[in-house]
Design a protein around this ligand. Structure first.
Ligand code: CU
Ligand code: CU
Length: 471
């Protein structure tokens, strides 16, 4: 439950509460249960397999709940080692994780988890002969992974490729960088384990947000299917499975870096560009605009950012119409499409998963000439080509008289009369007054320009028809 924050942003009070809860969990014996589970399962598929992310997520969640039973304000902090990279950085302060081993690789001498301060004995060890003091060798095992390295692995797909890269070439290196107790199977003996793994968990969530089309988990062997129970909890009544931990927000916690998906912003056809930005890598911006009648539309971005555009609709945020990267000016996106009437959705992301930047977006409707129906002339042929499409016609009433407006053919048309001299002023409408399922409007009209809108009676219907006007 709650928001997991970057450890560097914690207040002194938040750090003190976290440390106090960990010390209490240690004092009541429960902390060592976690050390034992991790040690005993170290080579039982929780590492170097697909289980790596879901297993450690469940493991952290259980410890966090235990800490919250002691102090409900506590959440697990994460350590972003791409920022706090030195042995003197914030995690290793004496009011938090404490300092390095003295000498490097030896026992930690300062902070709440130093053996000499009396509250932290390593009761569960890889070998009985191993030391009972928490040991560290900060930085002795080579440099920490950089932000570029992490970005490269975040861009990897599919899941199996991301998992192996992040686990082996990032996570393992951080364990080795801390060294000492954190580099062993019983590594949760160092509470920094949980800060390290909280960041690993955050990166899995970030990878999911960056690749919404990718499967969030792929089985890589018998017993590690999406719905297989995970050890050592497999005998529980409702055991955790990879499927049950895929969505961290559904488990009741978030990260202070989680990207919030906002509701769509409305765009007006023909209005000046709306200014926006991809504020964080992975952000998706959504827009919505209304097509009142079928026509040609151009959706376009402006500015220096390489955005990628996807168009969905009509009346659906998932039915893809088309996508574009660079058809616009420079690296901008542009979609030109004939659209039937309805509401459309536009999704904008950065072309690169790690990219960000500002842009503008606009929609214009290309002027579509409205066909004229000659009064007492031949019928005009029309076609409802796509679902939700409406066709617009105009005719001129030269004198005050009674006019008959009618469709013909086998399509169930629906006719609306608008005017005079307005495409939106409603006069009347008709479904089936004509022969068969055709429409017929008989009406006395004053001189002026009138408009007829033809659509299918059914929202999904299509078909050809003809239309004529008699006086
Ligand atoms: Cu582990
Ligand atoms: Cu680990």
């Amino acid at each position: 439950m709650g928001t997991r924050k970057n450890q560097a942003t914690l207040t002194a009070n938040e750090k003190a509460r976290f440390v106090a809860a960990v010390l209490q969990l240690k004092a009541n014996g429960r902390y060592d249960l976690y050390v034992r589970q991790h040690r005993d399962l170290f080579d039982a598929n929780i590492h170097r397999t697909a289980w790596f992310f879901p297993w450690h997520r469940e493991f952290l969640l259980r410890l966090e709940r235990d800490l919250q039973a002691i102090d409900p304000t506590v959440t697990l902090p994460y350590w972003d080692w791409t920022i706090d990279r030195l042995p003197s950085a914030s995690p290793w302060a004496d009011d938090f994780m404490g300092g390095n081993g003295v000498p490097a690789g030896g026992a930690v001498q300062s902070g709440p988890f130093a053996f000499r301060n009396g509250r932290w004995t390593l009761n569960v060890r890889d070998n009985p002969a191993d030391p009972i003091e928490l040991e560290r060798a900060l930085g002795s095992g080579g440099p920490l992974p950089t932000a570029d390295t992490v970005r490269n692995f975040l861009a990897r797909v599919p899941y199996s490729n991301f998992r192996s890269g992040l686990e082996i070439s990032v996570h393992n290196i951080v364990h080795v960088w801390i060294g000492g107790s954190a580099a062993m199977a019983s590594s949760p003996n160092d509470p920094a384990f949980f800060l390290l793994h909280c960041n690993v968990d955050r990166l899995w969530a970030q990878w999911q947000a960056l690749h919404p089309g990718e499967t969030a988990y792929q089985s890589d062997g018998a017993g590690r299917g999406l719905n297989d129970p995970m050890l050592p909890w497999n005998n529980e009544v409702n055991p955790p499975t990879p499927a049950r931990v895929l969505d961290h927000t559904a488990l009741g916690y978030t990260y202070d870096t989680d990207v919030v998906v906002d509701p769509p912003v409305d765009l007006t056809v023909g209005a000046p560009p709306t200014q926006a930005s991809i504020g964080q890598p992975g952000e998706l911006d959504w827009y919505r605009f209304v097509v009142p009648a079928a026509g040609g539309f151009t959706i376009e971005t402006q500015g220096p950012t390489d955005v990628f555009m996807s168009l969905f609709g009509p009346n659906s945020q998932t039915a893809l119409v088309t996508e574009d990267d660079d058809t616009g000016q420079d690296v901008n996106a542009r979609i030109e499409s004939n659209l039937s009437a309805g509401t459309y959705f536009v999704r904008i992301r950065h072309f690169q998963t790690a990219g960000a930047g500002s842009y503008g977006i606009s929609v214009i409707g290309a002027a579509v000439p409205i066909p004229e129906i000659p009064v007492n002339g031949p019928a005009v042929q029309g076609n409802i080509a796509a679902a939700n499409e409406s066709d617009m016609y105009t005719f001129t009433a030269g004198v005050t008289a009674t006019y008959t407006m009618e469709t013909a053919g086998n399509t169930d048309t629906f006719l609306t009369l608008l005017g005079p001299n307005s495409q939106t002023a409603f006069i009347t409408q008709d479904d089936d007054s004509g022969p068969g399922s055709n429409s017929r409007i008989v009406r006395a009209l004053m001189p002026g320009a009138y408009f007829l809108r033809v659509r299918h009676y059914s929202a999904t219907g299509t078909g050809p028809y003809s239309i004529f006007v008699r006086r």
